[in-house]
Design a binder for this molecule. Structure first.
Ligand code: ADP
Length: 497
């Protein structure tokens, strides 16, 4: 397990975090959790943090700050900047982090966040509006922290079009990749939306297999590139897992880093979580057993004292459902129960639904997205299964640890960095893991977990130490600060050179 590292510097930063989504305002995935939580932790560590995102439909209660024109190719659009706050709390201290919303009725006042015909135009506008907002609110940060392809062009524009302006010259950029699979690749003509000419359409710059790529703009032009775990930072530089960007990432490998996500320790706290059946803390295993009993009742499984394995997941190939399918008959032949909550691809929904029909005493399946039931599964299960094919970071295993539920995971990406296979002889480790993407390796890991489960003393120790492990945001925020320092130094060195 990583230990807490103090930053090797004692200064703080002016930071702007720009993202297409930020919880609790707009969320489709883990990215929003990161950009909603990191600013709070950074603020508590003494940094001066601001956040920028689009104002999508449904975000209300904002005050209006200012407005200005933004050029999108030869179209003049208007950005209205509105404002709200994220409240950061640590013990008795409280800070308000200003959040700026870029409002434009044509681009963002729509039913969904993404999935439109004019994505290139919407996020070309957003990327330029980020830079214009800095001047409009008169806040030149040390660090502009960009997230995912929707903000990639901001790094390019900053260097290519705003670099001569002293206001912008000192701003260093950090680009975080949350999902390398989504790259924002568009036809060549979209260069115009950023005010760029054909000279940018070469493989060394924005051309990407016949398109131009917003993600490439972020990777090429940012001072530092990060992703959400150290192992995934290495994996994304390989042809197998690099989604075509591996060559470029390898070229910049000295500037590529991984920082694992944290979870919100206030929201995910078994001692106070209002969603679970009974609150419990470290050492209160009777309280945890009560949650198991209630969970079994709620999902219609026999209330027997057998180990319960939970799954809460999107039902997609990434999460390892082909393995689960292959291993299912072997898994249900063991002395255990399986509770599956998920939503996703039809074939996997059908697979887990039919497992519950075939083995009603052993498997309970709930299809849907249900945040309350998810917490009840985290609290009421003994083990949590996450056999992912690939996993940039993963939150499920971290939430499980916090609720004393022991993860069984495949060693990939963030799962590899956060879960360490239990070693019975030495009594160390916080879960069970396997490397090969095979049904047999998965079943063997489950069997090893069951063997330790039967040894009550060892199991209780494992559960208690899981609950005491620290995956709070504070630790990751300190690591981001170390990278901010590096980004600032590299940026300064470039300016001198
Ligand atoms: P990803 O972002 O790839 O889906 P993560 O493990 O990073 O995977 O995060 C998934 C988050 O979404 C976890 O907090 C998990 O509990 C939650 N989640 C996934 N599926 C469901 C569901 N069907 N109902 C409720 N919560 C879910």
């Amino acid at each position: 397990m990583e230990t807490y590292r103090k930053p090797e510097f004692d200064d703080t930063f002016k930071v702007v975090i720009a993202s297409p989504e930020v919880a609790p305002f707009a969320k489709t995935g883990g990215l929003a959790d990161v950009t909603g939580s990191l600013p709070k932790a950074l603020a508590m560590l003494g940094n001066d943090v601001r956040v920028i995102l689009p104002r999508y439909r449904g975000i209300t209660g904002l005050s209006t700050v200012t407005d200005f024109p933004v050029w999108v190719g030869w179209r003049k659009a208007t950005a209205i900047v509105r404002q709200s706050f994220i409240r950061a709390k640590l013990d008795d201290a409280e800070k308000l982090v200003p959040v700026y919303f870029i409002d434009n009725y044509q681009y963002f006042d729509r039913d969904h966040l993404y999935g439109y015909f004019d994505e290139s135009e919407r996020f070309a506008f957003f990327s330029r509006a980020i830079l214009e907002t800095l001047k409009a609110i008169d806040f030149a940060p040390d660090i502009l922290h960009l997230n995912d392809w929707q903000t990639g062009p901001a790094a390019l524009l900053l260097k290519e079009q705003y670099g001569d302006d002293p206001f912008y010259r000192g701003i260093a950029t950090v680009f975080t990749i949350h999902n390398l699979q989504y790259q924002g690749n568009f036809p060549k003509e979209c260069l115009r939306l950023l005010g760029l000419g054909d000279e940018f359409f070469i493989p060394e710059l924005l051309e990407f297999y016949g398109n131009m790529s917003f993600m490439k703009a972020g990777i090429l032009y940012s001072d530092i590139i990060t992703t959400v775990s150290k192992t995934y930072a290495k994996e994304m530089q390989t042809p197998e897992m690099g989604h075509g960007m591996d060559g470029l990432l390898r070229k910049r490998s000295a500037d590529v880093f991984g920082i694992v996500n944290g979870i919100n320790y206030h929201e995910f706290n078994p001692e106070t979580d209002p969603r679970i059946y009974k609150n419990y803390g470290t050492g209160d295993l009777a309280g945890k057993r009560q949650n198991k009993y209630e969970l079994q009742k709620e999902v219609g499984l026999p209330t027997a004292d057998v180990p319960v394995i939970g799954i809460v997941s999107r039902l997609v190939p990434q999460k390892g459902f082909d393995l689960i399918d292959e291993a299912l008959d072997q898994i249900v032949s063991l002395n255990l129960q399986l509770v599956i909550l998920g939503k996703g691809e039809e074939k996997y929904e059908e697979m887990v639904r039919s497992a519950a029909e075939r083995f009603p005493e052993k498997v309970a399946t709930i299809i849907g997205f249900n945040a309350v039931l998810a917490q009840r599964i985290y609290a009421g299960s003994d083990m949590f299964l996450m056999p992912s094919l690939f996993e940039p970071c993963g939150l499920g295993q971290l939430i499980s640890l916090r609720y004393g539920t022991i993860p069984i995971v495949r060693e990939t990406g963030g799962l590899k960095d956060t879960i360490h296979d239990y070693e019975p002889e030495r009594g160390i480790g916080n879960g069970f893991s396997f490397r090969e993407y095979t049904a047999q390796a998965l079943v063997d890991a489950i069997k090893r977990a069951l063997a330790i489960y039967r040894d009550r003393t060892r199991w209780e120790k494992l559960v208690n130490s899981a609950m005491e492990s620290d995956f709070s945001w504070n630790k990751s925020a300190v690591e981001y600060m170390a990278l901010y320092a590096l980004a600032r130094n590299r940026h300064k060195a470039l300016a001198i050179a």
